[in-house]
Design a binder for this molecule. Structure first.
Ligand SMILES: NC(=O)c1ccc[n+]([C@@H]2O[C@H](COP(=O)([O-])OP(=O)(O)OC[C@H]3O[C@@H](n4cnc5c(N)ncnc54)[C@H](O)[C@@H]3O)[C@@H](O)[C@H]2O)c1
Length: 257
């Protein structure tokens, strides 16, 4: 391992995940990165080549306990003290009213957005303690603070992530700080797919829907994934040493005005 600090990042082949891998690797972190997609191995190779640090890619479905154990074991076997767990993996779902929701989809959303985060905490806390402490950051959402019609499973799961973060923060202090990053709209397919669904519901164009949605954001635009990555890096660093149980809204001010 070449970096001076070791972190695990989940959802690392996704849009926010890739930007976060880059941010940490550029700042000298060694990383174990994981995703259910096999693209994670290429993300690891590219980040290692570009930034000259150790980045190990592990394809895993972290909603399964044996896979969560396997990812934690890779970090344990690296021989380097682990000081950060960044829980970024998550999924959204097709729009559906509560009286028509498919319960298999409901269970799948909860399994990835909530259960996987519990599993990763469960199997990484010992490693963080063995390192003398560290930080965990979950990914919630503005939609976990103020829910949105037709996306009940996603919104409820993200509200659950906030409660999980606060429970874990109370349990693991003072050795381990636990905080959440709550993005609003991020310029990724997850955001544009949701816009497209709502445009169809309202029978308007995507451009019109975009204008309506972005007008609600005081900063007038969705975030770049790098702007979310910067929040994870802050929560992993000593710069955030007095933050635990916090939800960091990185949303351009949406919902507050
Ligand atoms: N994009 C947005 O507008 C937005 C807004 C608020 C919150 N978020 C949250 O940010 C996080 C990242 O979003 P994104 O836009 O980068 O999405 P994305 O779809 O690009 O990335 C999510 C990644 O998680 C991985 N993943 C899904 N299930 C998994 C599993 N069982 N095991 C391991 N990996 C799994 C996917 O393969 C994917 O690479 C998610 O938790 C999402 O809910 C996104």
């Amino acid at each position: 391992m070449t970096g001076t600090r070791l972190g695990i990042l989940t959802g690392a082949a996704g849009h926010i995940g890739r930007a976060t891998v880059d941010k940490f690797a550029a700042n000298g972190w060694s990383l174990v990165i994981t995703d259910v997609s096999d693209a994670v191995e290429e993300v690891a190779r590219n980040a290692a080549r570009e930034h000259g640090t150790t980045v190990i890619g592990v394809q895993a479905d972290i909603a399964r306990e044996d896979d969560a154990v396997r990812v934690a074991a890779v970090a344990a076997n690296s021989g380097q003290p682990m000081t950060f767990l960044g829980l970024i993996a998550g999924i959204n779902h097709e729009a559906a009213p509560v009286d028509q929701i498919d319960m298999d989809i409901w269970d799948r959303v909860f399994s990835i957005n909530l259960r996987a985060n519990v599993l990763m905490m469960k199997h990484c806390v010992t490693l963080l303690r063995q390192s003398g402490g560290g930080a965990i950051a979950t990914t919630s959402s503005w939609w976990g603070r103020a829910a949105h019609p037709y996306f009940s499973a996603y919104c409820a799961s993200k509200a659950g992530v906030i409660a999980l973060t606060q429970s874990a923060a109370g349990e693991l202090a003072p050795e381990i700080r636990v905080n959440s990053v709550a993005p609003g709209n991020v310029g990724t397919p997850m955001h544009f797919d949701a816009l497209e669904v709502e445009a169809r519901e309202r029978n308007i164009s995507l451009k019109e829907m975009q204008e309506i949605e972005w007008a609600k954001i005081p900063l007038g635009r969705p975030a770049e994934p790098t702007e979310i990555a910067a929040a994870f890096h802050f929560l992993a660093s000593p710069e955030s040493s007095y933050l635990t149980g916090a939800v960091l809204d990185v949303n351009g001010g949406c919902g507050f005005y």
